[in-house]
Design a protein around this ligand. Sequence first.
Ligand SMILES: O=P(O)(O)OC[C@H]1O[C@](O)(CO)[C@@H](O)[C@@H]1O
Length: 428
Amino acid sequence: MQLDIGNALDSAATPGVSTDALDRLDDAVADAHETIAAGMSNARFGYASLNLPETTSATGIERAVDPIDADAVLTVGIGGSALGAKTITAALGEANHYLLDNVDPEATNRLLDALDFDSTAINVVSKSGTTAETLANFLVVRDAYEAAGVDWTERTVVTTGESGPLADLAAEEELPKLAVPDGVPGRFSALSAVGLVAPAILGYDIEAVLDGGREARDSLTGSIDDCPAYAYGALAVALERRGVHTNAFMPYAEALEPFAEWFAQLWAESLGKDGQGQTPARALGATDQHSQLQLYRAGRHDTMVTLVHPTARDDREIPAVDVEGLAYLGDATLGDLLDAEFEATEASLAAADKPSIRVELDRVDERGIGDLLVSFEAACIMAGELMGVETFTQPAVEWGKNAARGLLGGEETAEAAAVRNKHNYLIE
Ligand SMILES: O=P(O)(O)OC[C@H]1O[C@](O)(CO)[C@@H](O)[C@@H]1O
């Protein structure tokens, strides 16, 4: 990936980052890079994620899924156990990868009614093996396959930790089981079996995804001048310190829409700590120029926009039309129009004195998505180092889990009691 930070500097935006501040930032990045590099070489928790392009075996994953003959995949997982896989298959234009990453009964009924179980593999993913939503959904799916007389054991692969209910079930049913690598938090695990089983079942070149990841990893140097990943992380932190608390993440490719969702989890769950952290807002170019851009141009000066732009893509002619005011379209392609919209939106933000960062990649393909995923993981790790937060855990999510377990009749929890004693002020 390439970066253009021109519109995030104080010569172009308010707030913006001065070149002096960039120099000071570069010293901090050099120090942080040493910590990250040491963490990678010692495979320390979290930092080990950046080793995945090396440590993940594509052939091992392909061998494990080889017995499964399917032309669609249903991934049962949530958060980091779903978004990485979805990001990769969507980037490759796959339409037959479905997610069960919520517990909405109506949506689940609609999805299960629409699926052809015979040709749909079940990809169950949970690092902890205890996530209520994933286990509940898996029990529902298993039951639906059995009710339809379809053997789910021949179509299921499990990716989970060494122990836990899911690991036990996989052993009991002798299901193909892959491990969530040690030392890798869920949201940083896309380039492991967690994110690669689904594309492998669907026949994509997962080695090429790892190649893209290697490229990104090999680009990590101790200076923002030649390391786009670190430059992105450092700039985002510098802007947050200047009051930029929202990061609108806007890819100009439909195939990258799930990537914006993946980024939202990465950025929020990693950096939302100690009263710090930017709020990631998901947007899509050019669509959300017609819904959110008004705010990003004319709202408070507390938002940066990350514009992700593939420079090469398949295209489609816009038919010529002899109508006044429309002829200009007939001489272009949809890709030309999208590029013009992209350039215009970037310039419109600068004209409104609003910071943006341009992220460019050649093409949205196996290598491209591998590069993007590892680059933004490295950007996030760098941001966490500069912010001084614990990047790799997510303690704040446990309160809600304890409350839900208590409310559902699991062990009584203080959190569940707090829910029952909540303050009511009804307005009807
Ligand atoms: O893979 P698991 O353990 O099921 O967790 C799913 C997701 O839930 C979280 O733990 C948050 O609740 C995320 O960090 C994680 O990606």
